[in-house]
Write a protein that binds this ligand. Structure first.
Ligand SMILES: *Cc1c(COP(=O)(O)O)cnc(C)c1O
Length: 415
């Protein structure tokens, strides 16, 4: 690039203002749904990001389980750049090699039987919208109910929101699409009594992420598989957060024997930071429920997004990232369990939730930022970690070493 082009690019991308300036401008230009952001970030590399004032952070949230390979991964960056330079967007009147190859790759990793199919989306919520439409098509007469779980988070668009359980998210937007019922979490008896031939689908997260990383028991997942099969309902697993190697398996349900779903939603980690989601349907019968012309998307599955997905899966597969997720996840959970003030630790691999007594999790997030770590509070007393799967044991220990002081600061700052 010429010097002028380089300056022009830098001007456009970071503009040279301070963090405080950007935040003031944010507050008069962006819709207020996220509150005021914690920092203005300008650069990332591996497991680290830097803010507009030059401060460095170890990123233990990974853009909420998105940056599976950290930031600016060289291979993903080069594949995405090269695809964008070659062919960026084509519409779904056409296909591209990357779209087909990524679909095949996902079906292989999911151990999906013959007749299985993929529908690509741009986000998790859109994958759930497709799943809701799939459930509606499982519609022998009288089959109209969709079951979801207390504590569930499935996204913010209307269909996905109908599946989401939190009242504060739902109530301002009612009426939501009908037919969804929430049943108690991890309660096999409650599932058994809710289940009959009027249920079109059961939609569950193998590990509830937004609820504070709450895993369903293996028994529940197996019972869910058996009961849905028995009553002709679809078992739809929402692996938007738990999927794509996050837990140390390609998909979290693969930790449990005999739980092949009828459909699975993916997004977050799939593009390694590039927006892409997917609905995977298992087997011919389920895949043929939605026919030609019954669903669609303009951007979904475009060449650049699917190239990002291919590159991400390739690196995850060839660099031992799944094992690393298990190993370094183990370093984190062991260290957390031994930390004073931590009252419970949950999760699998690099999807970890831990509780602190006394409602100071939000203050801990602030104290962690000051100390140079990005973490996340899912509730007043629960902290979530979803770091890049390439986090090293040393990086994990840096955080564990800093945590006692972070928790002390947070406790003292919370009335
Ligand atoms: C994040 C998430 C979604 C929604 O994904 P978006 O990309 O934010 O629309 C859906 N389901 C689960 C389990 C999630 O964690």
């Amino acid at each position: 690039m010429s010097d002028t082009a380089t300056t022009e690019t830098a001007d456009l991308l970071t503009g040279g203002a301070s963090g405080a300036d950007w935040l003031a401008r944010y507050n008069t230009s962006l819709m207020g749904v996220f509150g005021t952001p914690q920092r203005v970030l300008v650069r990332g590399s591996g497991c680290h990001v830097w803010d507009a004032d030059g401060r460095e952070y170890l990123d233990l949230l990974g853009g909420i389980a998105v940056n599976a390979l950290g930031h600016a991964h060289p291979f993903v960056t080069s594949v995405v750049t090269s695809q964008l330079e070659t062919l960026g967007h084509i519409s779904n009147f056409f296909t591209s090699p990357t779209q087909v190859a990524l679909a095949e790759k996902l079906l292989g990793l999911a151990e999906a039987p013959a007749g299985s199919r993929v529908f690509f989306t741009n986000s998790g919520a859109e994958a759930l919208e497709a799943a809701v439409k799939l459930a509606r098509r499982n519609s022998t007469p009288g089959r109209q109910r969709i079951l979801a779980l207390d504590g569930a988070f499935h996204g913010r668009t209307m269909g996905a929101l109908a599946l989401t359980s939190k009242k504060a998210y739902r109530e301002p937007f009612e009426p939501l699409p009908g037919g969804v019922e929430h049943i108690p979490f991890d309660d096999i008896e409650a599932l058994r009594s809710a289940m009959d031939s009027s249920v079109a689908a059961l939609v569950i997260e193998p590990i509830q992420g937004e609820a504070g990383v709450r895993p369903l028991s293996p028994d529940y997942l197996q019972a869910a598989r058996e009961l849905t099969r028995e009553h002709g309902a679809l078992l739809i697993l929402d692996e938007v957060q738990s999927g794509v190697a996050r837990t140390g398996r390609w998909f979290a349900h693969q930790w449990v024997d005999g739980v092949l779903p009828d459909a699975m939603t993916l997004a977050k980690g799939l593009g390694g930071g590039f927006p892409i989601g997917a609905l995977v349907t298992f087997g011919e019968d389920v895949s043929s429920l939605i026919g030609a012309g019954q669903h669609g998307t303009t951007f979904g599955g475009n060449p650049v997004a699917t190239a990002a997905g291919l590159a991400t899966l390739h690196v995850l597969e060839t660099t031992g990232a799944l094992q690393n997720a298990s190993d370094v996840g183990g370093v984190l959970t062991t260290g957390l369990a031994a930390t004073e003030g931590v009252t419970a630790v949950r999760g699998q691999g690099m999807l970890i939730g831990f509780d602190v007594d006394g409602g100071y999790a939000p203050a801990a997030v602030q104290a962690a930022l000051t100390a140079g770590f990005i973490i996340n509070a899912t509730g007043p007393s629960t902290i979530r970690l979803a770091p890049p799967l390439i986090l090293t044991p040393d990086q994990a220990r840096t955080f564990l070493d800093a945590l006692p002081a972070i928790l002390t600061t947070a406790r003292e700052a919370t009335p």
